[in-house]
Design a protein around this ligand. Sequence first.
Ligand code: ZN
Length: 489
Amino acid sequence: MTDFEPVIGLEVHAQLKTAAKLFCRCAAGGFDAPANTNICPVCTGQPGALPAANAGAVELAVRAGLALNCRVNEVSVFVRKNYFYPDLPKAYQISQYDLPLCGAGEITIDLKAGGTKKVRVRRAHLEEDAGKLLHSPAGGAQDHTLADFNRSGVPLLEIVSEPDLNSAEEAYSCLTELKLLLQWAGVCGCDMEKGELRCDVNVSLRPRGAATPGYKVEIKNLNSFKAARDAVSYEISRQAAALNNGETVARDTRLWDEKARRTEPMRSKEAACDYRYFPEPDLPPLRVAPELLAGLKSKTGDLPREARARFIRDFALNAYEAGVVASTRELAAYAEACMRHAATIGLGSKPIMNLLGGEFLARVNENRIAPKDLAEKAIRPELLVKTAALASSGKVSASAAKTLFARAWETGRDPQALLEELGLAQVSDPAQLEAWAREAIAARPKAAQDLKAGNERALGPLVGLLMEKSAGKANPRAAGEVIRKILGE
Ligand SMILES: [Zn+2]
């Protein structure tokens, strides 16, 4: 058996978050709208209609290129990619080919075994989306196909990596980091279910240490990163088995069958053909003004990798915590505001992280607060910090801190004032604790007997009952000590 090394490259289509389509003024969103209502002569390819490039889409593509460390070309060229398909009324797609908007770049990924790897980006170019075919639509005849052109002409950024990835796990990490970068740059919603991010992967094997393989197998239309990882794993085994059998692996385009857990060849009519690229005669070369590029560069700021490193360095978070708070640009800004404020009152980042990673994110997810709305809809950072300080000082119990946090969020009021008003201060007064402890012991004589006999597990239910009697206000540690003391008498 030969030891093979997988050679993997990515091709990702990201839908750019513009209001209008790439070459006309039709709405780019609203795919729930009735079929063929967001269309015009340009995006349906009527004779004589003239496309004009959407400056907003170009700007988003440049921002994406900067996040991917790409060289942004001052001049790039739109081309016609010719092919016939029923979802493409023009019989060509306007794309970019040998002069793309964004040239060579790189994505740095973390490796499971430790360390990092730079995955080169070959290019990132602008192109328009095609329409959507509805096969055998509900209520229609079984052998009918309808075409909806609402999607035709929606701006896409096609990002192509060099084949620098060598395992299914690396492909997964690279896709995850790429998605984070695109979201961070604010250029793409990245919802794969809505088709905002689509990924194709190519996989081939070469004997370890050998040059590039002589074939390439492409897996198209992977609808999740998990599917991409599974499909790559499957392909690695399939190709290795074939090669070890003395067979050659054909250059091929395949689809991942999620149910059968294997890849299948695509029907040949859907596979690639000669596109006969030529420059789009209706569009001038695309120029990015140096001032625009310089302005966008200056606004790029920290990228996720730098933000994570800063949280680890400046706020002593571990790698996992840094990943959580730097999952979006907005959350990173919010968390940093909290931690900076905490530092001014001598509070470390641990109690802040406890709240942020727990109650805070639970509430954000529950109320579906989008990252862009955090600053407006989430609790003010200083109120979060005050709650964390009260919990960390032991003035409120963990459960009371949750209540306090919820009330501070809802009312926007000072946690200290709410604490007094709601009577949530933690009780450590020995006389009061003893009274509750005696009640708990009287109610659970069996548990009390067991604890007295040395069964430590009986302490939990007694403390639990005491906490209940105190309405969550007793200090659990002190409560346990009082119970032991009474039973030890
Ligand atoms: Zn249009």
